[in-house]
Ligand binder design. Sequence first.
Ligand SMILES: [Zn+2]
Length: 227
Amino acid sequence: MQLLTDEIKRKMISRVFIFFSCLFVLGGCMYTDEPMPEIVHSPSSESRVIPPRVIKPEQGWGSAYKNIPGNWLPPLQLEKKWVAVVIHHSATEKGNAAIFDKLHKEQNHWEGVGYDFVIGNGTDSGDGQVEVTFRWRKQIPGAHCGGTSGNWANKDGIGICLVGNFCYRVPTARQMQSLLKLVRFLQKRYGIPRSRIYGHNTTPGARVTACPGKKFPMSRLKSMLNF
Ligand SMILES: [Zn+2]
């Protein structure tokens, strides 16, 4: 009898112990003095802004872009992703980047010459000389191909102007050599296929124009591109 009573006592003590243990644990959870973790503003967790793709110059700069003038490469911190090339003629016999710059400022009230590159014909600059304009150096939109949806051709297309009027004559051989080199460089750097190398008059959405002239050898140029 005494044994039974002891057994009952032990069980009761054990149950009371378990009961208070549970209370302690619950109480510990509910009334802890530890402060709640604060939600701290963290810019990295707020919105995942995908940075623009940084195009790094290929190692050594020499092998991949052999004999490419240094000023064809825009400042890396400004460089943007270009998607197309638009080729123009100046529709004049003579000219160079400075002359077109003055003309576009005075006649069109633009910030300056509308193109990114101007390729001379030996009149006011060297035959085949490639001039790089402020638009390319600053990587800002051009003013060379109006009328496209959202102005995409000016914003995302690279404007190249060859001096001359190709409604009446063909570009010089040196102009075409320089153009080919420049277009190949731009294609490689920005992954632009030949299907997005346009003449002004074949740029999707562009206003009707004769530019770059019916004598401009567009299909021949395209046949000489690598992709
Ligand atoms: Zn044009």
